[in-house]
Structure formats: structure tokens, C-alpha cells
Design a protein around this ligand. Structure first.
Ligand code: NAD
Length: 351
């Protein structure tokens, strides 16, 4: 039976990945997470501690703890998602992003290398280090074109620069030390259990509370949205069938301006909570510095080589997401501390 070590498994995508693995595979899962403000064990509903799943609270920057964890766990695969992930926070304070996203990734690569080099021949053949990254490393697009796996890196925020650095480190450990790595760069995710600081949950909660819904600039920044469970299925496909040393772009063919996303959410809220025109709460605020205009992914490589395609359309995924947040205010309260914080939520452009 396969053992997978997931970093950042209490976060948005990591928890969706673990819930999926727990339900759809027989793999043993070890989840290592520091439990920052963004990590919540409440997101691992249905995943019980026991023979198949174990949680370890630790910092990926702690080389001793990571070395010991990997030696005792003996994973066949490491899926590395732990990161500081919010662009606005990276503008306010880049230090944690450099520490976790760059130093933390370097620590994991080094302990993975030490472990890999001591594996016996049979196990060594299947070991993989899968680094989960973002399309933001490519910078911004104009009105035309798509990011492919060959698009040159041009990160523009401290978040995307720290993720770009980590991608480069992963490639270096492949080329220099022969560590069997896989890299995926995905577009903006949305879905249940996303911490309410990112665009979609912020808009849902603010509009439901009849608070002003802040939209950056004119709301014309374009993001390519992917439902989180589609991302998770892509990650599992890459870990199982991806070619070592390769990068795969993952995206949903769902380009939307931020304003379109906000109006779609308001329309759904009008339907679920009749009597209010939620779009009346939209307010335009000063744009984020260095706000990239457009991201869009060309996902043809993963589609043609690994047979992955998204199952959820934006219409179906956003409907499920709005419904989930309305039904799970208990989860929102648990991760935010209390409901009054909803009124003080910041704004976001997706990440
Ligand atoms: P998230 O912020 O929801 O979760 C991050 C998790 O990492 C949290 O549980 C946090 O506690 C943990 N963590 C942070 N620092 C840590 C440390 N030093 N040691 C151990 N654990 C630590 O992020 P997410 O949205 O789930 O993103 C997961 C990964 O996917 C990130 O690497 C991100 O760059 C990438 N990604 C995200 C998106 C998106 O739209 N959310 C898109 C593409 C790629």
C-alpha cells in the first residue's frame, strides 16, 4: 500500500486532496501542517485519525523535524502544498512567504534527497516529490494568449516570486541531484473550505451580511477559475502517471473578470436569499499594487498526455460553492473565530 506525505493538508487544497485520497484510494496518508491562520483541522471532515491517516503539527522549515518525519513515515510520494498563499498578505509582509515558500521548500528537497538516496532499488523506482505551484509565476498576460509549460517566468508579487523561486529549486534538485520531481502550475481554485480572505468566500459572506463588497479597481482583472476537486483529481493523475522531471499546467478554461464573478455570486444569493438585490452592495476600491491583469492557462498537455479534464463547469461549481458557504456558516465561524470578523474581511483577487 502506498504512503503519501502531504504538506499543508489542513489548508484549502490540501484538505480537499486528503478528503479525496481518504475516500477514493487505499493509500496511507500523513498530513504535516503548521496550522497557521490558514490551516484548520475542521476542514478534514470525514477523515479520521487511525491506521490510514495521521496528522503531525510541524513547520516545514524545521529540518530536524522534517528529516525525522520522513525517516519514520517512509513515504512513496511527497505532495508539497504547504505555503503562504495570499497575495495581499505577501504585499503587507513578505518575510513569511520567503521563509515558508522558499526556505521551507529547500528544507523538504534536502531531506527528500537524503531519504531518496538511502532507499533500496525497488522503492527508489517509484518515489516522487510533487511540488504544487501556481500560474502566477508566469506574470500577467495581455488580452490574448495563454500560459504554457514553456512560458518564461515573470513573477510580479512577493507571493508569486516566492513560488517561482521554489519551482526553480525543485527543478535544480532534479537536474543536479536526480531527485524524481513533478511540478504542477494551476490557475485560481475555488470551492468549499477556502479560507474567507480570498475573493469568492469574501464576496459570499459580505453580500450575505449586507456589507459592502469591495472590488479592486474596475473589477476587470481576469482569472481562470478551477473547482478545487478538479485540481485534486489532476494532482492525483500527475502523481500516478506524470513523467518525472516534467511540469504540467492545470486550468479550467473559465476566464472571468472579477466583476463577472461577483455578479454571478450576487445573482445566486438573490435566488437563495430572495428579497435583497445583493449587487447593490458592490463598491469599487483602489486597486492592489502590481495587480496582474489577466491569467489564463493552456492545459492541453495534461489533457492530452494524462487524459485529465475538469468535470465541473463554472456555473455548476460556483452554485455548489455558494450553497456550501450558506449552509456552513459554522465552519466560517470556527476558522474566523467569530462572525463579527466577516464584516472586517479584506478583499482579494482570487489568491
Ligand atoms: P492555504 O493557505 O489554504 O493553505 C496552506 C496550508 O499550509 C495551511 O494549512 C497552513 O497551515 C500550511 N502552512 C503554511 N506555512 C506552513 C509551514 N511553514 N509549515 C507547515 N505548514 C504550513 O493554501 P491553498 O490555497 O490550499 O494552496 C495550497 C498550495 O497550492 C500552495 O502551495 C499554493 O501556492 C498552491 N496553489 C494555490 C492556488 C489557489 O487558488 N488557492 C492555485 C494554484 C496553486
Amino acid at each position: 500500500m502506498k504512503t503519501v506525505l502531504v504538506t499543508g493538508g489542513a489548508g484549502f487544497i490540501g484538505s480537499a486532496l486528503i478528503r479525496y485520497l481518504f475516500q477514493h484510494t487505499d493509500w496511507n496518508i500523513v498530513n504535516v501542517d503548521k496550522l497557521t491562520y490558514a490551516g484548520h483541522l475542521e476542514s478534514l471532515e470525514g477523515v479520521s485519525e487511525g491506521a490510514r491517516y495521521r496528522f503531525v503539527q510541524a513547520d516545514i522549515c524545521d529540518a530536524q523535524a522534517m528529516g525525522e518525519l520522513i525517516r519514520t513515515t517512509q513515504p512513496d510520494t511527497i505532495m508539497h502544498l504547504a505555503a503562504e498563499s495570499h497575495v495581499d498578505r505577501s504585499i503587507d509582509g513578505p518575510g513569511e512567504f520567503i521563509q515558508t515558500n522558499i526556505v521551507g521548500t529547500a528544507v523538504l528537497l534536502q531531506v527528500a534527497r537524503d531519504y531518496y538516496e538511502t532507499l533500496d532499488g525497488t522503492k527508489r523506482a517509484g518515489f516522487r516529490f510533487h511540488h504544487i505551484s501556481t500560474d502566477e509565476v508566469f506574470g500577467e498576460l495581455g488580452a490574448e494568449g495563454f500560459f504554457t509549460e514553456d512560458t518564461p517566468y515573470s513573477p510580479r508579487s512577493p507571493y508569486s516570486a516566492s513560488k517561482a523561486s521554489s519551482d526553480h529549486l525543485v527543478r535544480a534538485w532534479y537536474h543536479t541531484f536526480g531527485l524524481p520531481v513533478l511540478i504542477t502550475n494551476c490557475s485560481n481554485n475555488y470551492g468549499p473550505y477556502q479560507f474567507p480572505e480570498k475573493l469568492i468566500p469574501v464576496v459570499i459572506l459580505k453580500a450575505r451580511n449586507h456589507d459592502a463588497i469591495p472590488v479592486y479597481g474596475k473589477g476587470d482583472n481576469i482569472r481562470d477559475w478551477l473547482y478545487v476537486d478538479d485540481h485534486v483529481r489532476a494532482l492525483v493523475r500527475v502523481v500516478e502517471h506524470g513523467k518525472v522531471g516534467e511540469t504540467y499546467n492545470i486550468g479550467g478554461h473559465n476566464e472571468k473578470t472579477n466583476l463577472e464573478v461577483v455578479h454571478t455570486i450576487c445573482g445566486l444569493l438573490d435566488e437563495f436569499l430572495p428579497g435583497t438585490k445583493h449587487a447593490d452592495f458592490i463598491t469599487f476600491v483602489k486597486d492592489r499594487p502590481g495587480h496582474d491583469l489577466r491569467y489564463a492557462i493552456d492545459a492541453s498537455k495534461i489533457e492530452s498526455e494524462l487524459g485529465w479534464t475538469p468535470e465541473e463547469t463554472f456555473d455548476s461549481g460556483i452554485r455548489r460553492t455558494v450553497q456550501w458557504y450558506l449552509e456552513r456558516l459554522d465552519w466560517c465561524r470556527a476558522v474566523l473565530g467569530d462572525e463579527t470578523k466577516i464584516s472586517r474581511l479584506g478583499l482579494s483577487s482570487g489568491t
